[in-house]
Ligand binder design. Structure first.
Ligand code: OXD
Ligand code: MN
Length: 613
């Protein structure tokens, strides 16, 4: 058994509540050693992980790890939000009683770290001094060194954060136990994995995975599920799966900030790291704040909505990241950045990494290349010849400070004032390039009905969206009706309201299916239009579902779209929208207690579409 108090005392960790928490879980999990982690331990931990073969060198100052083959993604069905109040059950939060989940997790975790080191990782999900600081502190206990290495990149990690808390007992207790990955029955009826956030006890218990989305507990479990619950319970803030960017106008000196939610595979990280297109780069600069999480609050001093990115790093999907799609991401994982790659392809002769979409074709000389499972490409069986080299959910983990266009004030604890909140799902039809929404309830309604095309086509329900309210479907921690009311309350309390918009970079030609908008850097153009609309510099064209740019209002200098293509992306398909409105109604009907303002917004949009005959 580990000598907990000696280990914590030696690390200078004085907080008595933390000490008691560590003692409890060290005893229960049977960890053999305790080690307290500060960010300054990174080089030593990297050295140890390399020596043990847990990670491999991937060129200068970069590292590579492979996960267990059945442990490569988040598991939504195995993820639970528990509380002691059955009224907290929502449609998406997989609610269970806390009194049932805690003993279950304790039973799974009992003795499961025997022989292992328990790393004690004190962290904060906010810059020090943030007005939301009291919701930001946590202590992750993990029996996996690679998880500790990831946490150092993704959160601010160190003993001083937890020893200096104003309320010494106000930290999230976040326990991660890997378990015996080969014996957990992943994906079978006897699946042992269980990922629980006991939200009203501010306790996270995750068992059975060391994949980042399940194991970096500061990120999704604390930064989204727990924080969303805390934001609601306190009435103070919103925690959303949002990217956050700044747009600086070098001519006027004005700076704007835009945040927003996008369901998976709808281009959120590329948008977050976007650079201005060449034709506009003389005038505008895009600053990166965050690619995945934003906490939003109304500031009583100036009546604006402020957002922070509570994270310290980027845990990005590698697939399709290239010089064309996201040059800033590539620069942020360059040699010397300390990046950790997970489940990409790896060359053990040259220490290079590669993933699908990194270059148009895989390396021609396959010598030394292994796929994400560790199999030599040259030795893959014929039936696997076309299998991807990298796992589709392979990742890079790098600190925010490595992103070349990171905002100069990304570490400002106050956060940045928000001018616009945008939503965007991948849809081939119906959604125009951008439609602006100036009414708060209609904006929240739009977020609640956010969806992206699913793969339902094969099942004969072509074009039905998979709804993903505010892109929070997997991270909802309290009921959706209350969630909508909380949005109306927080944003509604700001004297100066952000404008809303729905964007779509993925409209296709109905004939040959080609994309009608170039996307990537050019996505700055509709956002500039939105900001000008907010400033009253353009008027746009009102449609039943929002304001669309008039053709001459978009700055298209350097864009090759034809007049017909522009016509299509700046129009709405009324019959398609009428179908959509019916689906929306069914979707919203699931949510008990949805505020009347949201139903009114729905009815207004439906009536406007009806009149548009
Ligand atoms: C996610 C992530 O799973 O950000 O959404 O990793
Ligand atoms: Mn995410």
């Amino acid at each position: 058994m580990a000598d907990v108090h000696a280990a914590l005392g030696g690390a200078g960790l004085r907080n008595v509540h933390v000490r008691e928490y560590v003692r409890h879980w060290a005893e229960l999990t049977g960890a053999a050693r305790i080690e307290v982690i500060n960010a300054s331990d990174d080089a030593r931990l990297i050295g140890e992980a390399l020596a043990d073969g847990e990670i491999l060198p991937a060129g200068e100052g970069r590292y590579y790890s492979r996960s267990y083959v059945k442990d490569t993604a988040r598991s939504e069905e195995r993820t639970v939000v528990a509380t002691s109040n059955p009224a907290d059950k929502g449609v998406y939060n997989n609610w269970r009683p806390a009194g049932e989940m805690r003993p279950l997790l304790e039973e799974r975790m009992r003795g499961a770290s025997a022989g292992k080191t328990m790393y004690v990782v004190p962290y904060v999900m906010a810059a020090a001094g943030s007005p939301l600081e009291r919701y930001a502190a946590g202590v992750e206990l993990t029996d996996c060194r690679t998880v500790a290495l990831h946490m150092i990149r993704m959160a601010r990690v160190g003993v001083h954060y937890i020893d200096n808390l104003a309320d010494q007992n106000s930290f999230v207790r976040a326990v991660h136990v890997t378990g015996d990955l080969e014996k957990l029955g992943q994906g079978t009826p006897g699946d042992q994995r269980c990922f629980v956030t006991i939200a009203d006890e501010r306790t996270i218990l995750h068992f059975g995975s060391s994949y980042g989305g399940n194991a970096l507990l500061g990120k999704i479990a604390h930064g989204l599920r727990q924080a969303a619950y805390d934001g609601w319970a306190s009435g103070e803030f919103l925690a959303e799966q949002f990217m956050l960017i700044g747009i600086a106008d070098k001519l006027t000196g004005k700076r704007y900030h835009v945040c927003g939610g996008f369901p998976s595979a709808s281009g959120k990280t590329n948008l977050a790291m976007m650079l201005a297109p060449d034709a506009l780069a003389g005038r505008y600069r895009v600053d990166f704040y965050g690619d995945d999480i934003a906490w939003l609050r109304a500031d009583p001093d100036d009546g604006k909505i402020y957002a922070i990115n509570p994270e310290f790093g980027v845990f990005g999907v590698a697939k399709d990241t290239s010089e064309v799609t996201n040059p800033a991401a590539l620069a942020s994982v360059a040699p010397g950045t300390g990046t950790l790659f997970t489940n990409v392809a790896y060359n053990d002769r040259t220490q290079e990494v590669w993933w699908e979409g990194r270059t148009p074709a895989p390396p021609a000389d396959v010598a030394g290349w292994r796929d994400w499972t560790g199999t030599l490409i040259s030795e893959r069986p014929a039936e696997d010849a076309d299998a991807p080299w990298a796992h589709p959910n392979s990742r890079f983990t790098t600190a925010l400070a490595n992103v070349p266009n990171v905002a100069p004030d990304f570490d400002d604890p106050r956060g940045v004032p928000i001018d616009a909140i945008i939503f965007g799902g991948r849809t081939r039809d119906r959604e125009p390039l951008i439609r602006a929404i100036t009414d708060l309830a209609e904006g929240v309604y739009d977020g609640l009905t956010l969806g992206a095309e699913a793969t339902f086509a094969a099942e004969g329900v072509e074009g039905l969206l998979r709804y993903d309210p505010m892109s929070m479907r997997p991270f909802m921690s309290y009921p959706e009706g209350a969630y909508a009311a909380h949005w109306l309350k927080v944003i509604g309390s700001a004297a100066s309201q952000p404008i809303f918009a729905h964007v779509n970079w993925f409209r296709r030609d109905p004939g040959d299916g080609h994309y009608l908008w170039p996307g990537y850097r050019d996505n700055l153009r509709p956002l500039l239009w939105l900001l000008r609309l907010k400033e009253g510099e353009v008027r746009g064209r009102q449609t039943p579902v929002g304001i669309i740019p008039a053709k001459d209002e978009l700055d298209l200098d350097g864009v090759a779209a034809t007049p017909e293509e522009l016509e299509t992306i700046l129009s709405i398909d009324t019959p398609r929208w009428k179908q959509e409105i019916k689906h929306r109604e069914q979707h919203l009907e699931q949510f008990a207690g949805l505020p009347e303002e949201i139903w009114q917004a729905h009815r207004r949009v439906a009536a406007a579409l009806h009149r548009a005959d």
